[in-house]
Design a protein around this ligand. Structure first.
Ligand SMILES: *Cc1c(COP(=O)(O)O)cnc(C)c1O
Length: 397
């Protein structure tokens, strides 16, 4: 009998270090990396039982792998989800979560402010397959209500949104989605699995790009889909990913396991730095607007604090007076902060959304999303915040 509490009762930091750990008889401290494609059976009978499902035995790493399972179990424990499937990237996760459940004639409703590739899947790929799609302003509950007065199969949103950091009320949209007969899928990358628990707020499915905070150290792509809906996970998502092949590599799963060990340390430090930087930017004359859910000036601060464990997240967006020219000048003058379009990294990274991540949108689409030419997105890292503010101060000046 174990004297310790059950893993589900552990605090987040303990779950992140010890959750899902399965040791081999060698007793290794570090999670084992099982670089294997296939698995040997003791007998033809065992192989048969493994394929019928009578016996729990790995059959092929496109289906499952012990290192990938450790990653899935650790993330499921943190999320408070019964099921987790690790996939090759965040886009594999978002795509599989939608494509496995929709068919021609179905309807999908989504927030307009989405990660570019998620927007592309919903706006351009699903309609080719006969799926009807409708986009709404995610912050406008009346718009959700109107769109969801017609039955739908799935609802997709991201909060805080990229790059303007608008907040969507997950619980309110979940209620409307369920009344319309739809499952709510939340892309929880910006909030991180540490700060925001969409399933507890009524969402049905959560997707991650593990490439971001979960690795957090710029090394590997990865993704995951989590849910408490056994039918969705076992009958829809599992056959879809197993037969289409976007499986997570065991090597990448191993890196993500190591990343998770420090997720809380990193994300809390990043949030502290981000709040300091947002306040610093608000006091600068060269900056016309700062967007950060932890600031009193954020129109949805109360909702953000309630939904995101009292933290504003790791990304700060701001507008530099003087349009694109001034924004580029500031970015180019930085000495510590790197110019890169990734986020969630221990290194602070800055990008100009209008000319990079959101470049392919039409100018009027960008305008509707609040992405001006003066807008800059800063993913705040774990460096000493004094060095970061000094870097920003000299670049703005
Ligand atoms: C990065 C990102 C994705 C895509 O993840 P990849 O790992 O790059 O495929 C999806 N959604 C959001 C919000 C992201 O930031």
């Amino acid at each position: 009998m174990s004297k310790t509490s059950s893993p589900a009762d552990w605090q987040a930091a303990t779950k992140l270090v010890r959750g899902g750990l399965e040791r081999t008889p060698y007793g290794e401290i570090c999670e084992a990396l099982f670089l294997t494609q296939a698995y040997a059976y003791d007998s033809a009978e065992q192989a048969e039982r493994s394929f019928t499902g009578e016996e729990d035995h790995y059959v092929y790493s496109r289906y499952g792998n012990p290192t990938v399972t450790m990653f899935e179990n650790r993330l499921a424990l943190l999320e408070g989800a019964e099921h987790c499937i690790g996939l090759a990237s965040g886009m594999a996760a978002a795509f599989c979560a939608l494509a496995c459940q929709v068919k021609a004639g179905d309807r999908v409703v989504a927030a307009t402010a989405l990660f570019g590739a998620c927007y592309h899947i919903i706006a351009n790929i699903l309609p080719n397959w006969g799926v009807t799609v409708e986009f709404v302003d995610g912050t406008d509950l009346g718009a959700w209500e109107r769109a969801l007065s017609t039955p739908a199969k799935a609802v997709f949103l991201e909060t805080p949104s990229n790059p303007t950091l608008d907040i969507i009320d997950i619980r309110a949209v979940a209620d409307l989605a369920h009344k319309a007969g739809a499952k709510l899928v939340v892309d929880n990358v910006f909030a991180t699995p540490l700060l925001q628990k969409p399933l507890a707020l009524g969402a049905d499915i959560v997707t991650y790009s593990a490439t971001k905070h979960i690795d957090g150290q710029g090394r590997t792509l990865g993704g995951a889909v989590l849910s408490n809906d056994a039918h969705f996970m076992e009958k829809q998502l599992t056959p879809f990913y197993r037969n289409t092949g976007p499986s997570l590599s065991p090597f990448n799963a191993w890196i993500l396991l190591k990343g998770m060990e420090t997720l809380e340390l990193r994300v809390l430090r990043q949030c502290d730095n981000a709040l300091d930087i947002a306040r610093f930017l608000e006091g600068r004359g060269e900056v016309s607007r700062v967007m950060y859910p932890g600031l009193d000036s954020h129109p949805q601060k109360d909702l953000a604090m309630a939904q995101m464990s009292g933290r504003g997240g790791t990304v700060v967006s701001f507008e530099v007076k003087g349009g694109r020219e001034a924004a580029f000048k500031t970015i180019n003058a930085l000495g510590i902060i790197d110019i890169a379009n990734n986020l969630g990294d221990v290194k602070s990274l800055i990008t100009h959304p209008a000319t990079t991540t959101h470049q392919r949108l039409k100018p009027e689409e960008r305008a509707a999303m609040g992405i001006s030419d003066s807008l800059v997105r800063l993913s705040v890292g774990i460096e000493d915040v004094r060095d970061l503010t000094a870097d920003l101060a000299q670049a703005l000046a």
